[in-house]
Design a protein around this ligand. Sequence first.
Ligand SMILES: *Cc1c(COP(=O)(O)O)cnc(C)c1O
Length: 423
Amino acid sequence: MAGAIARHLLPLTAHVDGDDRLSVGGCDLGALAEEHGTPLFVYDETHLRERCRDAAAAFGGRATYASKAFLCRAMAALAHEEGLGIDVSTGGELHVALSAGVPADEIVLHGNNKSIDELRRALEVGVGRIVVDSDDELDRIDALVSGGLPTPKVLLRVTPGVEAHTHEYVMTGHDDTKFGFGLASGAAESALRRAEASPHVELVGIHAHIGSNIFLLSGFTKALEKLAPFVRRASLGELSIGGGLGVAYVEGEESPTFAEWAGVLQQAATEHGIDTPLHVEPGRSIVAAAAITLYRVGTIKDLAGIRTYVSVDGGMSDNPRPVLYGSGYEAFLPRATGADRPMTATIVGKHCESGDILVRDAQLPADLAVGDVLATPVTGAYGHSMASNYNKVPRPAVVFVRDGDARVVIRRETLDDLLRLDT
Ligand SMILES: *Cc1c(COP(=O)(O)O)cnc(C)c1O
């Protein structure tokens, strides 16, 4: 039988009061659900700030926040205030980061298919770095800079040919990938020669990002080993090893700390004769564990001898990760945080497909009832940022909680928002 939800899966300021109710940032979760409605993303602002500071400290300030994990103006501003640059991978993410007041020169532009418009905006505002991903992109930069726009500082994205130990869909460092210039094929070498000779780019570094949610740090050390001869030959001022540090989502998982990650990377770099300063781009590991999603239980169906289905008022539209990657989550009731969870049930959403599963075989308290607020922890990364309006379900609100105060940073969509784009 499963016991109470594990403390290490809850945000930093999570606190259980005398009645066994959970508060985060000094705000009672049941009361937040009441006031702001459900589904609701609740982010512990203290936790977010600590993670940003930890990352900045572990890497001597050479860390940028990969904003695709979770982005809104408040998040971009927070990460920047805490000493991180901001990674964006589209013109849309760039727009949000700029509109949050992040200085352009602290923004890094990624993407395997940056459009001419995206590149033009990046050059016009003067982003700090462009991570170049293809020859076609170099052609586009040539054309824009020849046309009078300023010369950008660029890194070359190289795929080192390692298979990180993670889900196939989020592996990005192997040879058969759409990302970057392959090391093994010689594409990286030709791109290096072209960029060095080009008057239209200022080549400042090499970049590699091998994947996401990686627990085994050996994936990173192998990448550094493979990159080393190329990096030494290129002899540039920066080496970014990307993001990808794993996060504990369920009972029994344990993730490395930023300090451990930094230590292992630095040791591997030294071992392989790389003296270029190391940069990183954590996304998931900054935001995932900072948030809890609150849902309201709507129906409970006990199919005798088969399975119990607990339906909540969200689903794949606010957390598509279980559908996309088969990801697991824990669930608990914030009104009974310390309760044992002897009941096995599958938590599903309200969308019109059987695949709309949030937690398969979740462990829950036996007295779970219709109307309960149900919580899934560790939903801060790739949840709201991947949210959709499938079935015309309005996307949830997001609140940042701190010192007893809940600040709405993304308001809940209204029914009228669903008509906004119709002509
Ligand atoms: C997605 C991505 C990251 C962040 O990955 P996480 O697993 O969220 O840390 C960093 N860099 C690049 C280039 C990415 O595409």
